[in-house]
Write a protein that binds this ligand. Structure first.
Ligand SMILES: NC(=O)c1ccc[n+]([C@@H]2O[C@H](COP(=O)([O-])OP(=O)(O)OC[C@H]3O[C@@H](n4cnc5c(N)ncnc54)[C@H](OP(=O)(O)O)[C@@H]3O)[C@@H](O)[C@H]2O)c1
Length: 268
């Protein structure tokens, strides 16, 4: 039996690439999709992919009321992703969240709902294998270097800040330690906001400018030496497809909330 999937955001930049990726597999089946603009249509007609014969609905509730799904995948917007995911858990589906911008409080609520439903929720700020590796390298560095700062770069019209990748990186590093500050923020002379936002024990700076795609950089400093780890995304959504497919296949293997693709890779 293939894994039956509901994909919200199936007509978007990331979701349409994932939908096409699902169409090429034998073990995954997209049974329903969500997009307000294309509600009432067949997804394959919208994406010019005849293998995608599932109907598109305007809301997740409608999609899940009409189709039984094993996994719900969210690639929408941060203001609706949590509500969508809670609805999916109530319908008995495991959840993969690719949407960025959810807060730690959102994740706490989702963790509780997942435990109550005895289902898995896998939230991945970035499905690209190169970002997963950056996260692991940063964790290694943070064990040896107590001071770092994170910079998140994105196109000027990206509304959420910091990026999901930067949030996830800070959350991961907080499990190792908080970045030390030689001068505490409250002792900053001048404008304290220029030191960035304190998130999960890291200073995070978000740049939003035309000409940028999506990048994340973490700078480590020790007296007389620095280390920079940087990831740059290209303009294609292709790097996120393989990780998304893997997340769909693995999310039913645990109960509760897990964050990061390395949980289901052999990198932990
Ligand atoms: N984790 C990762 O590796 C990764 C990779 C790429 C992107 N992302 C994140 O994924 C999210 C989507 O990115 P994108 O670039 O694909 O955005 P996008 O191109 O704007 O697509 C958004 C999709 O969500 C749908 N949507 C938006 N609001 C909705 C709502 N209220 N209810 C139902 N559907 C809604 C849109 O269709 P309608 O407007 O027709 O409803 C569209 O299909 C962002 O948060 C982005 O940061 C994560």
């Amino acid at each position: 039996m293939p894994i039956r999937i509901c994909l919200a955001g199936a007509t978007g930049w990331a979701g349409s690439a994932l939908a096409r990726g699902i169409a090429q597999t034998d073990d995954l089946l997209l049974v329903t999709a969500v997009s307000r603009t294309h509600a009432g249509k067949v997804l394959g007609d919208v994406l010019a992919e005849p293998r995608l014969s599932c109907p598109v609905y305007a809301t997740v509730q409608e999609a899940l009321n009409n189709h039984t799904c094993d996994v719900y995948f969210d690639y929408t917007k941060p203001d609706v992703a949590k509500t969508n995911s809670l609805a999916a858990l109530q319908h008995g589906a495991h959840v993969v969240i690719g949407t960025s911008g959810l807060t730690d409080s959102d994740y706490a609520d989702l963790a509780q709902a997942a435990e109550q439903s005895q289902l898995g929720v896998l939230a991945v700020g970035n499905f690209a294998i190169t970002v997963v590796l950056l996260q692991k390298f940063a964790e290694m560095a943070a064990r040896h270097i107590p001071q770092w700062e994170i910079i998140d770069y994105a196109h000027d019209d990206k509304k959420d800040a910091p990026s999901g990748t930067a949030r996830e990186l800070s959350a991961r590093l907080s499990k190792i330690r908080s970045s030390e500050l030689t001068v505490p923020l409250e002792q900053t002379q001048g404008i304290v906001e220029t030191r960035g936002a304190r998130i999960n024990g890291s200073q995070v700076h978000s740049i939003r400018l035309p000409g940028y795609t999506i990048s994340v950089e973490i700078l480590f400093g020790l007296p007389g030496q620095t280390l920079s780890l940087r990831h740059d995304s290209g303009s294609s959504a292709h790097p996120y497809v393989g990780g998304g497919l893997l997340a769909i296949r693995k999310v039913s293997s645990f109960v509760g909330l897990r964050r990061g693709l390395d949980i289901v890779l052999d990198l932990v």
